[in-house]
Design a protein around this ligand. Structure first.
Ligand code: KG4
Ligand code: ZN
Length: 351
């Protein structure tokens, strides 16, 4: 750790877009000096999902202690930082504003450059930490609570979105199905656990079909509705709801939909490398299905460690490093951009 203190680009990164308050110190966007995550899951669990107002208040309470701990754990001082990177979107506006305000205040007080980062870009870049030798181009399947994107990463910070969800994100489908079968929030890990005990072949749920040529788009709301219809039908007939079976069959359908799109993209783009990203990428069944597919197709597979799949600030430092290298610093009129598109920098006030 001491060795790294004196060399490389050191970034303090801050993430507060949803229900994790996080700060990290990274070196050259690939090495972790500290990684502090305060999860608000317990605060939201009783409501069955994230309550934006509660999230913002909790971020305000935790942001300073989390940043302080990240600096302490790293053995660095704030003055050692070369940049302060912060998630500016997409996400909950009140939650984002807490991180953005903290980053602006620190930048104003110290004169350290302020680097705005896109949250999904952060998820993709967590793979640079997982594999320090990774370089673009590569394909990335990004799966979070709000996004499902199949992306070609052409270069650092340059993306072609090949496909995206037309309705619910895959994480959202996990959360909604979990609620419907009484597993509660957060749904992803609970469905994964229940699915291990159920027969995935017992029920058949539908795959989405599109009438146009969008080979790489996703849709998960039809699958979610099919699960809800099945549950309602079973209840009306007085049949028992088997949580584990529904979880296993739902997850099998998700895995089939995801692998179908990834397989097609590997073939068309002759990609040699595929990286998973986002909270849903911490799912063991999805990881092993896609890594198995990659092995069969001779494609190198990377997936961040589970703690770097779900929201964290290391990934913001990883993405922020490449923005730093391009000199993309913002002035103090920087805002939160709740619906910011991947690769869209048009609204960011660069210096
Ligand atoms: O990336 P993330 O932490 O936050 C967003 O940017 O949205 O993703 C959160 C999503 C939630 O929908 C959560 O249920 C899902 O990731 N998730 C999982 C697992 N762990 C988290 N989904 C499936 N299996 C998991 N093990
Ligand atoms: Zn996320």
């Amino acid at each position: 750790m001491q060795r790294l203190k004196d060399k490389g680009v050191k970034i303090l990164s801050i993430e507060s877009s949803c229900d994790e308050t996080a700060a990290a110190i990274t070196v050259d966007g690939r090495e972790i000096l500290s990684n502090v995550i305060y999860s608000q899951i317990d605060l939201h669990a009783i409501y069955g999902g994230v309550v934006p107002e509660i999230a913002s208040r909790a971020h305000i309470e935790k942001i300073n202690p989390v940043i302080k701990k990240a600096l302490n754990d790293s053995g660095c001082a704030l003055a050692d930082m070369d940049a302060i990177a912060v998630t500016v979107g997409p996400g909950l506006v009140g939650a984002l504003l807490v991180g953005v305000s903290a980053a602006k205040a620190l930048s104003y007080a110290t004169g350290i450059p302020l680097v705005p980062v896109h949250h999904i870009e952060g998820h993709i870049c967590s793979n640079f930490v997982e594999d320090p030798a990774l370089k673009p181009p590569f394909l990335s399947l990004v799966m979070s609570g709000g996004h499902t994107h199949l992306v070609m990463v052409k270069d650092y910070g340059e993306y072609d979105i090949l496909g995206r969800t037309r309705d619910d994100a895959v994480g959202e489908a996990y959360d909604k199905v979990a609620r419907a079968i009484g597993l509660g929030y957060p749904g992803g890990p609970k469905i994964e656990k229940a699915a291990r005990l159920g027969d995935p072949e017992k029920l058949t749920f539908p795959h989405p079909k599109f009438n146009d040529e969008s080979r790489y788009d996703f849709s998960f709301s039809g699958l979610k509705s099919a699960v809800l219809n099945y549950i309602n039908g079973a209840k009306m007939k007085g049949e028992e709801i088997e949580q584990e079976v529904i979880a296993a069959c739902f997850q099998k359908t998700v895995v089939d939909i995801l692998t179908d799109r990834v397989d097609a993209a590997i073939s068309e783009f002759k990609s040699e490398r595929l990286c998973l990203a986002g909270g849903v990428a911490s799912n063991g069944a999805i990881r092993s299905a896609i890594s198995g597919l990659c092995e069969k197709r001779g494609v190198r597979f990377t997936c961040p460690a589970p703690v770097l799949c779900t929201d964290n600030a290391v990934m913001i430092g990883a993405a922020g490093y490449h923005e730093y290298r391009k000199g993309r610093f913002a002035d103090l009129s920087l805002n939160a951009y709740p619906t910011l598109g991947l690769g869209d920098r048009s609204e960011i006030p660069y210096v």
